[in-house]
Ligand binder design. Structure first.
Ligand SMILES: [Zn+2]
Length: 255
């Protein structure tokens, strides 16, 4: 299943995006990442205003840089000392690069893990300071603090590698937050497939959900924090080789 049959992909992406917006549930959604992974300024002030940042597009991205057969693995809410290393092991085992949407306080608490994620070739994504899924109901000052403080926390924890995307907690983007993130080089990042791993439905259910919904689009949402993620780790172990056998190629969200 989950075959990419020519067209149909894009229309479904739009439909899924709309559905997600209407749901506005507790699940996480689109993130954006900006900033050059390659450039790693040594100063911890690299996220500050002194350093020029190249703005990116303000629209929420779902597409893969690997094109029609690309799949983007995105991992949210960490880093977590119990689960992030296990997720990294599985990704390394199958040679897959992913996008990690980190919560600012988590990054600040576990800078070693942030550096490991970067060293393994994965990308960073700003997932706000405190994961407030009602951020779209809050003031612009609050949104700004949540996004910019997390950007700084993640960049400091990584040793100067900036987040390349911004994913609003629960997908609670606003036009303001998208514009702010984009101005900081962080592309608003969405998702097409919610693996529902957060609900711990069992590994088989997670695998089935992803395979069933993958025709919706290329960006898949998993979590490496917020509880016992053993099912997530096992689901990735089963899905990554299976998707590869089906002809998918793993990439990053377009910036
Ligand atoms: Zn989240």
């Amino acid at each position: 299943m989950a075959r990419h049959g020519g067209r149909g992909w894009y229309g479904k992406v739009l439909g899924a995006a709309l559905g997600v917006t209407l749901l506005a549930a507790g699940a996480s959604m689109w993130t954006a990442q900006a900033g050059a992974v390659g450039s790693s300024p040594k100063t911890s002030t690299s996220a500050g205003p002194a350093r020029a940042v190249k703005p990116v597009d303000v629209t929420i991205v779902h597409a893969s840089d690997k094109g029609a057969h690309g799949v983007n693995i995105t991992i949210d809410d960490g880093p977590d000392p119990a689960w992030t290393p296990q997720v990294l092991d599985v990704l390394r085992e199958y040679g897959v690069k992913a996008t990690f949407c980190m919560v600012g306080t988590q990054a600040q608490a576990h800078p070693d893990l942030v550096k490991k994620v970067v060293a393994a070739g994965h990308r960073l994504c700003d997932h706000s300071v405190s994961h407030d899924t009602t951020m779209d109901k809050k003031s612009e000052a609050y949104q700004s603090q949540q996004i910019l403080d997390a950007e700084r926390m993640i960049t400091e924890a990584s040793g100067g590698v900036r987040p390349m995307y911004y994913r609003a907690p629960g997908g609670a983007f606003t036009p303001y937050s998208r514009k702010l993130a984009a101005s900081r080089g962080m592309r608003p990042l969405g998702w097409n497939v919610d693996s529902k791993d957060f609900e711990r439905p069992g590994t088989a259910a997670i695998v089935a959900t992803v395979e069933h919904e993958l025709p919706n689009g290329p960006t898949i949402l998993f979590h490496d924090a917020g509880g016992d993620r053993a099912e997530t780790v096992q689901a990735l172990r089963e899905l990554l080789p299976r998707l590869r056998d089906q002809g998918y190629v793993f990439g990053f969200p377009v910036r």
